[in-house]
Design a protein around this ligand. Structure first.
Ligand SMILES: [Zn+2]
Length: 561
């Protein structure tokens, strides 16, 4: 049948199926809940989809949405016109779509024989909301834009005929044509079926996102590894530069280095950095915290054990010295070493030889020792707790690492690097740290040094909302604010020192915004007057000045005007 013979049936039966149930907040089409939505809202959804997932993905999503609607309407069609001819019954779809406000449909060609599985249709689409919205958002485009209509026609026809019918749009108003023209036929009759069917295959975007996420995690982890391997000591202060310069001198050669400094100043990082820059870089770096291993196990741990040395020593085992052979051994908290272990260590340092616990044979090792302590070793020597000969042997090349409070200028750099590290570790998008929080970090005494600062920042990153800056409250619980002289109550009971901090921030903000001092003064004076409801004396008090002083300044403003 061609369109010349086909007379569009009356739409009255469809109209009656639309019911507005205002009381319950429903619009019904038969048994299906419908929505009266702004086409502009759909247009903005469409625009956002295109901009976020790309035009091909957006097209697929919208076509599948249309397809779903078409399938639902086809089920309704069969109920609605049970006694009509196939063509009249089929035409429920185009008419419903028109009634629903998507598009006006005029058949140009309509051939359908359900028994012979024949289907060929050409449609003229007028007033397509999609082409309108598309042009509004993107202007005239190269490709047709009535994706939901194409999806609807395909879904409807496929569901109704029981075979895969696909529509394609040949002309579209979004491309500058006078109207939209589409064609529908069985999938096998298209020259390029894959081009059309690919949009109806469920998009694996979720899988792809999960794959990408795994990839990002892997990349981020390897980034952290690289960062740790680089062992970069961060800081530009004179104190840290002096320590680094000394370290640089010790890089070449096997000289034993003694790192001095409070707990948490980064002694192991110094040791690793020394190892990295030395010609031992390719060999092992082994770190031992002498304070963390019980006395009776420490010797075996360091120097190894021979089979049968004590009950339970069923097998011979290398100690850390042997494992560090050719490389660097970092001995932290060296002051905690037992007296007998000290003798063994001295022998290794002097002769490059050791005996395993319970053994008799001598093992030669080539190990650079970097020792570290937060204790005053000389004091221990005086007390007879530490061997004098070992102390002098270790103290050949001492390097003092400054406490964090001795290098406050480095805090900002450290904070930036910790934020960078932990936002990667916790997959958070942190925008940095507020000026208020930063100012507080810079005046903290930091008894736990860099490690304490790092813990604070890690906590801050964890507590901070995604996309926000770390605030003081996020760091607060880790910090003892009361210890800070800047934050203490002054002898007069005021909080002047705290205010000073606020002023500094204010000054920062002032310069960042490139404000004008006169405008700022004017704003503050007028606000004072405003708040005191025009009472000059009150306003002057609020500003910390006398009434004549305020009058004078306001007079100057008037002169300017
Ligand atoms: Zn179109």
């Amino acid at each position: 049948m061609s369109n010349a013979e086909f007379i569009t049936p009356s739409i009255d039966d469809l109209k009656q199926r639309i019911r507005f149930s205002f009381e319950t907040g429903h619009v019904w089409l038969g048994e299906q809940r419908m929505l009266l939505m702004h086409s502009e809202a759909m247009g903005s959804l469409r625009k956002e989809l295109i901009e976020t997932v790309g035009i091909e993905r957006a097209k697929g999503i919208i076509m599948r949405t249309g397809f779903h609607a078409g399938v639902a309407d086809a089920k309704l069609a069969i109920q609605l016109r049970p006694d009509a001819s196939d063509e009249e019954q089929f035409f429920v779809g185009p008419q419903l779509h028109q009634l629903e406000g998507f598009v006006r449909v005029t058949p140009l060609k309509f051939e359908m024989d359900l028994k012979k599985k024949h289907f060929h249709m050409k449609l003229l689409w007028g007033s397509s909301y999609e082409s309108e919205e598309h042009v509004k958002a993107f202007g005239i485009s190269k490709e047709s834009a009535c994706w939901m209509e194409v999806g609807y026609a395909s879904g409807y026809s496929s569901e109704y005929t029981g075979q895969s019918i696909l529509f394609a749009e040949h002309e579209c108003r979004a491309c500058g044509h006078d109207s939209c023209v589409s064609e529908g036929k069985p999938v096998a009759e298209w020259d390029n079926p894959e081009e059309l069917t690919k949009y109806y295959e469920s998009d694996s975007i979720v899988d792809q996102i999960l794959d990408l996420r795994d990839e990002v995690v892997t990349l981020r982890t390897s980034l952290i590894d690289v960062e740790e391997k680089n062992c970069k000591v961060i800081g530009t202060s004179t104190a840290i530069k002096e320590a680094l310069a000394l370290l640089g001198k010790a890089v070449q050669g096997p000289v034993t280095v003694l790192l001095l400094g409070e707990t948490g100043v980064g002694k192991e990082l110094f040791a690793r950095s020394l190892h990295r820059r030395s010609d031992r870089e390719e060999q092992a770096f082994i770190a031992v915290n002498c304070a963390a291993i019980p006395d009776d196990l420490l010797e075996a741990e360091l120097f190894g054990v021979d089979k049968g040395a004590y009950t339970g020593a069923h097998q011979s085992r290398e100690g850390r010295f042997e494992r560090a052979n050719g490389g660097t051994l970092f001995l932290d908290e060296i002051g905690d070493l037992s007296y007998s272990a000290q003798a063994k260590l001295l022998r290794v340092l002097q002769e490059g030889e050791l005996e395993r616990v319970g053994g008799t044979s001598v093992v030669s090792v080539d190990v650079r020792v970097v020792a570290a302590t937060h204790a005053n070793l000389l004091e221990r020597v005086e007390k007879g707790e530490f061997r004098r000969d070992l102390f002098y042997r270790l103290n050949v090349f001492p390097i003092s690492i400054p406490a964090l409070r001795e290098r406050p200028g480095d805090i900002r750099l450290l904070v930036d690097s910790f934020i960078a590290r932990y936002k990667v570790k916790y997959h958070k998008e942190i925008k940095g740290i507020t000026q208020h929080a930063m100012a507080q970090l810079e005046i903290q005494p930091w008894p736990g040094n860099i490690r304490e600062l790092e813990n604070s920042i890690e906590r801050g990153v964890l507590l901070c909302e995604d996309g926000e800056k770390i605030e003081l409250q996020h760091l607060f619980a880790m910090m003892n604010i009361e210890q800070s002289p800047e934050a203490a109550v002054s002898p007069t009971g005021g909080l002047k020192d705290v205010k000073k901090g606020i002023y500094n921030q204010f000054v920062d903000m002032f310069f960042e915004a490139q404000n004008n001092l006169f405008e700022m003064e004017e704003t503050i004076l007028k606000e004072a007057l405003n708040r005191s409801k025009g009472n000059m004396s009150k306003a002057a008090r609020a500003l910390g000045m006398t009434r004549p002083q305020l009058a004078y300044r306001l007079g100057k403003l008037d002169d300017k005007e």
